[in-house]
Design a protein around this ligand. Structure first.
Ligand code: 2AL
Length: 223
């Protein structure tokens, strides 16, 4: 089984050549999508069985589902669905407050509006998760504040860059802490093992053949 984890920001990616260094605005998200779709296209040629989109805004998820034969799972969707079976309510703790609107949009989209009790920014830019020596402490405190403010049962970490903080935070705060990268990278092989993939008879069918020009020349579909 061959699962491809697409990291939409070029900072943590070993392969992407096109994309923003971090994703923390709608502009960043939009600019991340061409690089993601390029990686999915390449993955289809390499017979990849399924994909993870490893950015919490789940950028390009629907388009990736149209292109890929196998299942595609975003880390926000995987994390929210996992958290929803671990308790009645969860809180999302993410990077900058400006990204909370997108997380709420996704909670609505995934039918998680009731389970999602709050979305909290902790004023850390994505790249500061790596470089700020206080990052772990700041995120842990934001998780504790979120739990008491929202009365939630679990925490969802709202950035791929928080993955390596998960075990520590979980030990510190004593509630389940869901890292979407782990949730999605374990969900995709489960779906593949069950022989399941995106339903292709309607909305997620392969995009119709179309010639794209200019900047989008490389995205022409249908040979
Ligand atoms: C993210 C993420 O997961 N990766 C990235 O670059 N930005 N999400 C976020 N809310 O900051």
């Amino acid at each position: 089984m061959f699962i491809k984890v697409v990291n939409p920001n070029t900072t943590w990616s070993m392969t992407a050549t096109m994309g923003p260094p971090s994703i923390e605005s709608h502009y960043d998200e939009a600019l991340a999508v061409p690089g993601i779709l390029t990686e999915i296209e390449k993955g289809e040629r390499d017979s990849v069985d399924g994909y993870v989109i490893a950015c919490f805004g789940d950028p390009g998820l629907d388009a990736a589902r149209e292109l890929a034969g196998g299942p595609v799972v975003g880390i926000a969707e995987a994390a929210m669905r996992a958290a929803a079976v671990l308790g009645r309510g969860f809180s999302v703790v993410t990077t900058l407050a400006r990204t909370t609107g997108r997380a709420w949009d996704l909670a609505h989209r995934y039918g998680m509006r009731d389970a999602c009790r709050g979305v909290h920014g902790c004023d850390l830019p994505v790249l500061a998760l790596d470089s700020d020596p206080d990052a772990r402490k700041i995120v842990t405190e934001a998780c504790l504040d979120a739990l008491s403010e929202d009365g939630s049962d679990t925490i969802v970490l709202g950035c791929a860059g928080m993955a390596d903080l998960c075990a520590h935070i979980s030990a510190e705060i004593g509630v389940p802490v869901v890292d979407g990268v782990a949730a999605a990278t374990l969900t995709v092989p489960s779906l593949v093992a069950m022989g399941l993939a995106t339903g292709k008879r309607g909305e997620f069918a392969t995009p119709p053949p179309k010639r794209y020009a200019g900047l989008l020349d490389g995205f022409t579909t249908g040979g």
